[in-house]
Every structure is written in structure tokens, then in C-alpha cells.
Design a protein around this ligand. Structure first.
Ligand code: GRF
Length: 207
């Protein structure tokens, strides 16, 4: 069985979309671990409700070694690491050890409104302030930059004149809950190939 770890910092609605997609049979995989860098992240409770093993990585305790601690937990145990609203930046050996095996979801159309310190409502406020007419979300591989790895898929939403960061966030989040399970499914079925920095999706070999 394809094994996944999901890393979170908050409510975990993106995590829930993957849990639901596994429960419905859309994704054939198992969540081996949920790791949070926030002790009170509601996503931890979502995981415990499904009897998924959870860890809390206290950044005050581990500091710069947080990524190494995550690597210690996951090494040899999972096929894919999914960053689902995880606010810490992974660095060091875990990026090499899990090369092309870490994905992230970002709530904008990369390369717009992304990079260091671009998270949460700030992303949507920046999109509104710039005056874009469409926004969306991006699922991408994680490399040693911030939001710079190859793009797996993107979903778009319209941006309306009357939008606030909150209303836009809600519209984008609905698409995240479609995009993230879709990306995990494609990877678990070995249908995602990286050619230079372009991702090619291979057709399913059925039908
Ligand atoms: C999402 O907008 C995601 O794109 C961003 O953080 C949010 C996560 O929300 N990186 P949740 O904790 O999964 O509800």
C-alpha cells in the first residue's frame, strides 16, 4: 500500500480532503503519520479521530533540527510527504532523502503571490490588491526554495470586485480540497513524471 505522511499547522481541512478521498476509495493509500508544528492544531484531532498516528514537533525544542526530527520519524516509512498548510520550511537532509517525494499546496497560482512569508490571508489580500481577475491554488513538488518546485496541477477561481481576503480564501479552499486529493492520487498511481522542471501527467492505463 502507498504510504503518506501529512504535515500540518492548522485546521487541517486539506488533510481532511485526503482522508475523505482515501475513505471513498478515490485514493488507494494509507496515512501513516500526521505531524504538526503547532500543539493545538485542529488537524491533529482530525487525525486522532481516524486513529492515525500523530506527532507534534515543538520548534522551541528542536529549533533548526526540526526538519531532521521529521526525517527521523518518516525515513523508510512513507512514499510521499504532503505539506497541507504546514507553515515551517523543511530544510536539510529531508529534501535530499525525499527528493520529488514531497508536495505542497499553496493558495495562489504560482509564481504569483508566493514565496517567503506568503501564507494565509496575506496571499489572498495580495491577489486582491494587485487586481487579478483569477486566482486559485497550486500543488507543486518541494525543492530547496520556497514554492519554487515543479508544478503538478493548478485550479483557478474568479476574483470579484467585492471580494475580501476571507471570501477569496473560501473560494480557493474549495478548489484545494479537489486539487490535493487529485495530486496524491496521480502520484500514488505513478502517473506523475518530472521532465526538466515540467510535470507530465500520464494517462491511466485502463479503458
Ligand atoms: C490552505 O490555504 C493551504 O493552501 C495553506 O494553508 C491552508 C491550510 O488550511 N498552505 P487547512 O489547515 O488545511 O484547513
Amino acid at each position: 500500500m502507498f504510504k503518506i505522511a501529512v504535515l500540518i499547522s492548522g485546521s487541517g481541512s486539506d488533510l481532511q480532503s485526503v482522508i475523505d478521498a482515501i475513505d471513498s476509495g478515490y485514493i488507494k493509500a494509507e496515512i501513516e503519520a500526521v505531524i504538526s508544528d503547532k500543539a493545538d492544531a485542529y488537524g491533529l484531532e482530525r487525525a486522532r479521530n481516524k486513529n492515525i498516528k500523530t506527532w507534534y514537533i515543538d520548534k522551541k525544542q528542536y529549533g533548526d533540527d526540526s526538519s531532521d526530527e521529521i526525517l527521523n520519524i518518516l525515513k523508510g516509512k512513507v512514499d510521499l510527504i504532503v505539506l497541507a498548510g504546514f507553515l515551517s520550511i523543511l530544510k536539510g537532509d529531508i529534501i535530499k532523502e525525499f527528493k520529488d517525494k514531497i508536495i505542497n499546496i499553496h493558495p495562489s497560482l504560482i509564481p504569483s503571490f508566493c514565496g517567503p512569508r506568503m501564507y494565509g490571508l496575506k496571499v489572498h489580500q495580495a491577489a486582491i490588491d494587485y487586481g487579478v481577475k483569477v486566482s486559485g491554488c497550486t500543488v507543486h513538488f518541494v525543492d530547496d526554495g520556497t514554492d519554487t518546485g515543479p508544478i503538478i496541477l493548478q485550479k483557478t477561481v474568479p476574483v470579484y470586485n467585492e471580494d475580501t481576503a476571507e471570501t477569496l480564501q473560501k473560494r480557493v479552499l474549495e478548489q484545494e480540497h479537489i486539487a490535493l486529493p487529485e495530486a496524491v492520487k496521480l502520484i500514488s498511481e505513478s502517473r506523475v513524471i518530472i521532465q526538466n522542471r515540467k510535470v507530465v501527467i500520464v494517462k491511466a492505463d485502463c479503458c
